[in-house]
Design a protein around this ligand. Structure first.
Ligand code: ATP
Ligand code: MN
Length: 478
């Protein structure tokens, strides 16, 4: 007999039909009612075992997280809380779970911090069940969105020899014996003897390679892992995270912003349509969690409201210069409530400033454009004012920067000059510069940090709780 997933069973009209289900026990009440979960939904299937069906020894083995196989008939439920239930005709324990040792059984309401330590088991909780189903749906929605738009999915390399991108500190990849590395004449490690005959790293971004593909296919995107050895122990940074990077020929900065906004709204809407129960669960979870906080620190909107709000409102578009004016004149700044005060044009914005603009001032997602060139990357297109570049960052409530992008500098001479100014050797990036030599054109792209998107849609507050096995400074378990 074919096993049915619980999500499907719960949506089936009960007609005393015979069914088979496999899953893990969530709870067992009155020696009669078993709640079974198989990860297809947070809703458990109630299985009723009539008195006398099972031997005492088997009943004892129906413990939290034991895996079971149940055959029975699907009937209408008399109890509250579910429409259907299974009247068991047989039950087999597939794998025991010792309740004296099972970590999730030993604590009542385990904290998120504790669950991070047992990340191999946290998939089995309602919270993480919901988070990872939403994560899946968002990943699917991203591919669906770009596919519908005719974008090509390009796989850019994970090991790279280019270290010029400058997006962050890199992890070295080597097969040399680092206890006893070969040295060259000047006494430095001789990477010509390394696996690739040169020094290599894990990628921080697929953008430069993405641009090469866009110069042939017009519209492409990457969706892959990226690595940054930055020692920032924040709730928004991981050492290993996933990034979506579209790159479009013939787009200017406005086209770029339009696409990013459309994509964000598309994937949020898709998740709300396909994971509504999970998102409602997470929204309620957040309300409960915030009850512990003082009134003035609680969110003004529930998660559901925040997501809807994002779909119903155009993102506010302002320049960096306008943002600096708003921040400088804000009461927050005057009363010195920012950790970093905003005093002059040219400073990089901190997350507290980004969140002030989004959460306090505009109360909606904001796109900031035209940043000072000094605080942005060499490949961004130089504006005519000689001071700013055609960059755009999208800022989201609770998160700050979620997307970073720009129109790219397509003019060879200006690009070479900028590289010279900041000391990037042109020889190292000659392959990149070739796109500007042979058929260059206006183009643009952006990077969306996938975990930051998942954070937003699930309402979780720490990025370690939206990726199965987080990698952060001093932490690489599993
Ligand atoms: P931040 O200022 O927050 O460190 P960034 O300016 O370094 O971000 P970019 O280099 O523009 O970010 O990367 C593009 C996107 O990747 C960011 O908008 C963000 O969503 C995401 N991102 C960047 N660094 C991390 C990280 N360490 N962990 C998770 N996501 C990240
Ligand atoms: Mn960064």
């Amino acid at each position: 007999m074919a096993r049915l997933r619980i999500k499907e069973i719960l949506n089936t009209t009960p007609q005393n039909q015979a069914i088979e289900v496999k899953g893990w026990v969530r709870s067992f009440r009155n020696n009669q009612f078993i709640a079974i979960n198989d990860g297809s939904t947070n809703n458990n299937l109630q299985v009723v075992v009539e008195l006398g069906l099972l031997e005492e020894a088997t009943l004892k083995r129906i413990t939290a997280s034991a895996s079971v196989k149940v055959n029975g008939t699907l009937i209408e439920s008399m109890g509250k809380g579910q429409k259907v239930e299974v009247k068991a005709t047989s039950l087999e324990i597939l794998g025991d779970s010792d309740p004296e040792k099972y970590p999730l059984q030993l604590r009542n309401k385990p904290s998120l911090e504790y669950l991070r330590e047992i990340a191999h088991l946290r998939f089995r909780t309602n919270t993480f069940g919901a988070v990872f189903r939403v994560r899946h749906t968002l990943a699917y929605a991203i591919h669906k969105f770009f596919n519908e738009k005719g974008f090509l999915y390009i796989h850019t390399p994970i090991i790279t020899s280019s270290d010029a991108e400058g997006a962050g500190e890199m992890f070295r990849v080597t097969s040399l014996d680092m206890m006893n590395p070969p040295k060259n004449e000047s006494g430095n490690i001789d990477y010509t003897q390394d696996f690739f005959g040169k020094s290599t790293n894990l990628t921080v971004s697929g953008q430069l390679e993405g641009e090469l593909a866009a110069m042939a296919f017009s519209d492409i995107y990457t969706f892959g892992p990226t690595f940054r050895a930055e020692n920032s122990n924040t709730a928004r940074h991981l050492a290993e995270f996933w990034m979506i990077e579209p790159e479009m020929a013939f787009y200017d900065l406005n086209d770029n912003m339009d696409l990013a906004e459309e994509m964000m709204q598309y994937v949020i809407r898709y998740a709300m349509e396909h994971n509504l129960e999970d998102i409602e669960f997470l929204s309620n979870r957040l309300v409960d969690e915030e009850k512990q906080k003082p009134q003035n620190e609680r969110s003004e909107m529930t998660l559901m409201e925040k997501l809807k709000f994002c779909l119903e409102n155009k993102f506010e578009r302002i320049t960096y210069t306008q943002a600096i004016d708003i921040l400088r004149e804000s009461n927050h700044n005057k009363k010195k409530k920012f950790q970093y005060l905003v005093d002059k044009w040219g400073v990089d914005l901190q997350s507290e400033h980004e969140r002030y603009l989004v959460e306090k001032h505009f109360k909606k997602p904001v796109i900031l454009t035209n940043y000072p060139k000094e605080i942005k990357s060499f490949y961004m297109r130089q504006n005519d004012d000689g001071k700013t570049v055609a960059a755009m960052d999208i800022l989201f409530p609770g998160i700050g920067e979620i997307v970073g992008g720009s129109q790219r500098e397509e003019r060879l001479e200006l690009l070479e000059n900028r590289m010279k100014e900041i000391g990037i050797p042109a020889e190292e990036l000659s392959w990149y510069l070739d796109t500007r030599r042979f058929g260059t054109c206006q183009h643009a792209g952006f990077g969306l940090g996938f975990e930051r998107l998942v954070l937003f849609v699930t309402g979780m507050t720490n990025i370690r709780d939206v990726i199965p096995f987080p990698r952060t400074p001093n932490n690489c378990e599993f």
